[in-house]
Design a protein around this ligand. Sequence first.
Ligand SMILES: [Zn+2]
Length: 432
Amino acid sequence: MKRKAAFWGLGGLAAGFAAAVAWKRRSRGLDFRDSKYLLPSREKESSRERIRRNVEGFYGIGPRMAGSPGEREARERILAAFSLIGLAEVKTERVPVLDWSGLAHLSQDERFFEAIPFGGTRSVRCEGMAVDVGYGRPEDYAGLSRKDLLGRVHLASVGETHRAQKYIQAMLHGAKALILCHNEPREGKVDFVEIGMGLPLMPIPAVSVSFETGRILKENPRPLVIEIEAERKFCWTYNVTGIVKGRTSKEVLIGAHFDSWNGGAYDNASGLAALLEVAASFQKRPAFRTLRFTAFTAEELTMQGSLWSCLLHPKRLLATSAMVNFDALGVREGKTYLNCPARLEERIRELPAFQRFSSLTGHKIEFLSPPLVFSDLIWYHLVGIPCAWNVDLPVVEYHTPSDTPAILDYELLEAEIDLSREIADFFANSRR
Ligand SMILES: [Zn+2]
C-alpha cells in the first residue's frame, strides 16, 4: 500500500515538474516543441514538404511587423531553427527601428472612399485634380502633356512595375500625390494593395485604393482631397544571425527578412523557408568561404534591419564578398526575375539548377539590369558587393491578408531555392 502511494506520489511530482517546465517555456515564448515544425526533417519527409511546413509555420504566426509579438515569435523560431541546424555563433543582434503607422481619408465632392496610405507617408492634407497615368511607366507618361501632370493627383494602376518605381515617376512628373488603383476587380479577395513602405523619403503622399474606387475616380474629373494621419514610434528589436565556418574569414551573406505586414506567405515566409533550407545544406557541406545566414527585421520599414546590420558591423561588411537575398518567392502569377550584376549572368546560366529550371517549372528566368534593389540587398549593392536576388513579380496579393500559403507553388519555390543555393555555392567556392 505504502509502495503504491509512493509510486503515485512520485509520478504526480514528475508530471507536475514536466508541466511546469512546459509552461515556463511557453510563457517565455520559446517553445521548443514548436521547433518540430522547423528543421530538421521528419522521417521520410521530402524537402518540398519541409519547405511547405516552414512556410505554413511562419505564416501561422500572423503579422510580424518590427516590435510586435508576432515578430518576436518569428525571431525566436529562427533562433531555435539556426541552433537545431547546427550553425555556429548563433545570436540576436539589437537594432533600433523607427516604426510607422497611418490612416488615410480620401474624398471627392463629399463622397468618401476607403484608402490605405503607403507606409512612410507623412501627415498631410492635399487637394487636386486627378489624372490617369496608366501603369505609371515612363512610356505611359510619354503620351501626357506637362500641363496635365503638374500639380495633379496621379492615378496609376497596379502591375508592370514596382510601386516605388511608380512613385518615383509620379514625383519626376510633378505629381501632388499618387493614388495606386487595382487593375482588376478582386472578387472574394482583399481589394487593397501594397501598404508597404515605398521609399526611404516620401515627399508626396501616396495611397492605394480598390479597383472600383479607381474606376469612379478616373470617370469623374473633379478635385480630390487626400488627408493622411501618420504616427512614427521608436523601438528596439533584433536581427538573427549564425554562420557555417569556411577556410577563410571572407564571408558570403545569405539574408531573408522575417518581418511582414500580414501573415505574409509569399512575402516573406517563402524567403525564410529558403534561408533554412540553404543553411541546412551548407551546414552538411561547408564551403571555402564562411557562410553567414541572417534573418533581418524591419525590411518592411525601409530595410532598417539590414541597414543597421551594415552600420553596426563594419568589419563584417568589409569581409562580405557577396550576398544572396531571399524575398518574395514561389508564386507563378508574375515573372521570375534574377537580379545580379550583368557580368555574372554568363556564369549563372551555366549552373545546372539554372539549366533545369525551365523544364522543371515551365517558367523562364529573366535577368534584370539595372537590378531591382527594393529589399535587404540594397545596402550591400550600394557599397559594391555583388548581390543575387531571385524574385517573382508582380503578385497582387503582396502586402495584403490574401498573401496566404495557398498562393504558393512549392515546385517553383523548391526550384528557386535550388538555384539560389547553387549561386551561393558559386559565390562561396569560386576563386575570385
Ligand atoms: Zn519582402
